[in-house]
Design a protein around this ligand. Structure first.
Ligand code: KG4
Ligand code: ZN
Length: 332
């Protein structure tokens, strides 16, 4: 069964053809980094305009790379939220039009659910597991008990981890996205050079990264000659410490022994190594999607869509994109 996935929730236009929720026939991602880098962050209006320009060429390329035509498809799965409303609107309207013209069923997928399902493209984690989603828009932990049984147990109270990376890169004078830049810079820095705060909120599994970001800002103002590599490495150590510590705490508190990492920040080299090391010490299984599947892509949307479609979870034409929507909410 072939599903066409469509993802336009933020700044990447992506389309993918995935067979049986597992075999990636194509996964085309058209990045807008070049447009947004000069602003140090995403400009929503520019993002939606670029999606309009790219959506058809990207879908066309996904189909031709997969050697498939629209008549070979069983359904179209698309992200309907959360995300930037103008960006989502492009993917939702495009999917509805394609569905109408080619009589293809529509499957609405929560973008966060897509991130979790990126792990299922390369492995088959058993339930239950802890899902840590760390991206530019979200930093949350869920207990995933089964398909469609998602319990949020912690979330950021302010900035997402990726947002903190992007803002720190910007204040150090770098472009967007900041995560890969800081990740690279940190390799030649000393993670113990500066002791940045680790926010571990008491009696909660929530996160907070805005204090850390402010701390980096204050430090760089007071120490204009400090090595950027040391700032990057010390900042990264603080983010990763908190993410790893909280994940292990959550597993212990909830009696879970599997962790699935997802979202753009899970491409981070230190996070991947630290989670793997910590999990080994705590006898936990870890699932790390390959880096290209951590950041936004449509294969993960097609994978999640496949599981909904098999369960008859079809969406209707009255569905509208949603900028804010909790994972586990009913589809529109
Ligand atoms: O999942 P994603 O592509 O989009 C959202 O759903 O937000 O995540 C993008 C975020 C950006 O903030 C970017 O800086 C961050 O993921 N990111 C990284 C790395 N690669 C991407 N953060 C840290 N290290 C990386 N290697
Ligand atoms: Zn994402």
């Amino acid at each position: 069964m072939l599903i066409l996935g469509i993802e336009t929730s933020c700044d990447d236009t992506s389309a993918a053809v995935v067979e049986d929720g597992k075999i990636i026939k194509s996964n085309i991602v058209s990045s807008q980094d070049e447009i947004h880098t000069q602003y140090g962050g995403i400009v929503p209006e520019l993002a939606s305009r670029k999606h309009i320009e790219m959506i058809w060429p990207v879908v066309d390329k996904a189909l031709s790379t997969a050697n498939a035509s629209l008549s070979d498809l069983s359904a179209i799965a698309f992200s309907y939220g959360p995300g930037l409303i103008g960006s989502l609107l492009v993917g939702v309207c495009f999917s509805k039009s394609l569905s109408l013209v080619h009589s293809l069923p529509l499957v609405a997928v929560n973008h966060l659910e897509g991130h979790i399902f990126s792990a299922f493209l390369e492995s088959s984690p058993s339930f239950p597991f802890l899902a840590l989603i760390v991206s530019g828009g979200h930093t949350s932990m869920y207990i995933i008990r089964d398909f469609n049984k998602y319990e949020e147990i912690g979330r950021t109270r302010d900035d997402a981890a990726g947002e903190a990376y992007d803002k720190v890169a910007k204040l150090l004078g770098f472009g967007y996205p900041g995560g890969p830049i800081i990740d690279n810079l940190a390799i030649s820095g000393d993670p113990e050079a500066i002791s940045f705060p680790r926010a571990l909120i008491r009696d909660s599994l929530d996160f907070s990264f805005s204090g850390l970001k402010t701390s980096v800002l204050t430090y760089t103002r007071k120490n204009p000659d400090a090595k950027k590599e040391d700032i990057a490495a010390s900042f990264q150590a603080a983010v990763v410490d908190v993410l790893v510590q909280r994940s292990l705490e959550a597993c212990k508190a909830k009696g879970i022994d599997r962790i699935v990492l997802s979202g753009g920040v899970s491409a981070n080299s230190l996070l991947r190594k630290s989670v793997a090391d910590a999990a080994e010490g705590a006898a936990l299984e870890v699932y790390l999607p390959s880096k290209r599947l951590c950041t936004d892509n449509a294969a993960m949307i097609a994978a999640a869509g496949y599981h909904h479609f098999r369960r008859g979870n079809i969406s209707n034409f009255s569905l509208n994109p949603k900028a804010y929507v909790h994972l586990g909410s009913a589809h529109g």
